[in-house]
Design a protein around this ligand. Structure first.
Ligand SMILES: NC(=O)c1ccc[n+]([C@@H]2O[C@H](COP(=O)([O-])OP(=O)(O)OC[C@H]3O[C@@H](n4cnc5c(N)ncnc54)[C@H](OP(=O)(O)O)[C@@H]3O)[C@@H](O)[C@H]2O)c1
Length: 327
């Protein structure tokens, strides 16, 4: 056969290319896709970290469905560029930018006060922003930067906006977590800000994502009967900037060998979009999703006592005030 007449190296290249193609077709075929055509006219959606990656694709979809979309971002230049791109490609103009740096509790409070003053409803809050950094680093609030950007900031933001979200019921809160929530073997409340260690490459990131899942569980339980439902999700392995702080050696391994199999940002946004628009999900509030289906979270993430304790410790660490609580 002609194939066997080719040189060994050509045969190897053809074999590898075919293998990649078959895996890509399989991954594309099994990747969850949101098929709902639900419109969101008259609804308001806030998406944190919406200037790039999964957040930007989610914002694009929400705008296309007719929602008023608020891009909550820390870099206004990048956020304005994303807004212009979304408006140009969707031809929907109800897309606005507001400054939010989750690594500053002052910024979270200022953003929330602004929303409470200027918006009369909030139907969907998507806590999407996330950061994977190399090691511990303290913010101006004395909290670990990754913990604050990925968990504490969203914890405070959600609590401050809850009154408006509940008033807009039926409403939803969606927390973008990760399969990395499985990495931690325990949640060490005495060292939640990694003051004594935290050097493992994805150690802190894994803890922050476990916090996202535990926060979802506790929030869903506190919101039972209010008409506001809460979900968390793993978007898949997605080609975005999330690994921008990874060491060069890791990038050298992942780029050629892994990224060909990663989802595009649009594919990575599907589960978030599914949770924002799919009807009849009320009975599943508190669940963890992946590829637009309920998925199993880690054993630690199901621990109700841990979720309650995390809530109490988070309240203390963000110094939540009585008038910021709406539960
Ligand atoms: N990509 C994946 O494979 C993957 C897998 C599992 C989970 N996730 C999760 O998916 C979510 C979206 O990530 P992505 O993949 O789309 O990554 P990305 O392209 O890096 O986007 C992350 C977004 O979060 C923003 N952000 C980070 N820290 C912030 C802070 N302190 N305040 C406000 N915004 C902040 C970033 O803003 P700047 O542009 O200004 O930095 C950016 O807009 C994250 O929660 C991530 O953990 C991603």
């Amino acid at each position: 056969m002609w194939l066997f007449e080719l040189s060994w190296s050509t045969q190897t290249i053809i074999f590898l290319a075919s293998l990649i193609l078959v895996i890509k077709i399989y991954l594309h075929w099994t990747c969850g896709v949101c098929t709902s055509t639900k419109r969101l006219d008259g609804k308001t959606v806030i998406i944190t970290g919406a200037n790039t990656g999964i957040g930007k694709e989610t914002a694009m979809d929400m705008a296309l469905r007719g929602a008023r979309v608020i891009l909550a971002c820390r870099n206004l230049d990048r956020a304005n560029a994303a807004r212009d791109e979304i408006i140009a490609s969707t031809r929907k103009t109800n897309v606005i930018v507001k400054h939010l740096d989750l690594a500053s509790l002052k910024s979270v409070r200022a953003f929330a006060h602004d929303i409470l003053k200027t918006e009369n409803r909030l139907d969907i809050l998507i806590n999407n922003a996330g950061l994977a950094a190399l090691g511990p680093e303290l913010t101006e609030d004395g909290l670990d930067n990754q913990m604050q950007s990925n968990h504490f900031g969203h914890f405070l933001l959600t609590n401050m906006l809850l009154g408006l979200i509940k008033k807009s019921a039926p409403s939803r809160i969606i927390n973008v977590a990760s399969e990395a929530h499985r990495f931690p073997r325990k949640l060490d409340f005495d060292n939640l800000n990694f003051k004594t260690d935290g050097k493992g490459l994805f150690k802190i990131y894994g803890v922050t994502k476990l916090c996202n899942v535990l926060f979802t569980k506790e929030l869903a339980s506190r919101l039972k009967g209010t008409g506001t439902i809460v979900f968390c999700l793993h978007p898949g392995s997605v080609k975005t900037d999330v690994g921008r702080n990874c060491p060069l050696w890791l990038k050298c391994i992942t780029w050629p060998f892994c990224t060909p199999f990663f989802k595009s940002a649009k594919e990575g946004a599907q589960t978030t979009i599914y949770l924002a628009v799919t009807e009849n999900l009320e009975g599943l509030s508190g669940s963890y999703f992946s590829d637009c289906k309920v998925a199993k979270e880690s054993k630690l993430a199901k621990d109700e006592g841990l979720a309650k304790k995390l809530w109490e410790v988070s309240e203390e660490l963000v110094k939540i005030q009585k008038d910021e609580l709406h539960l």
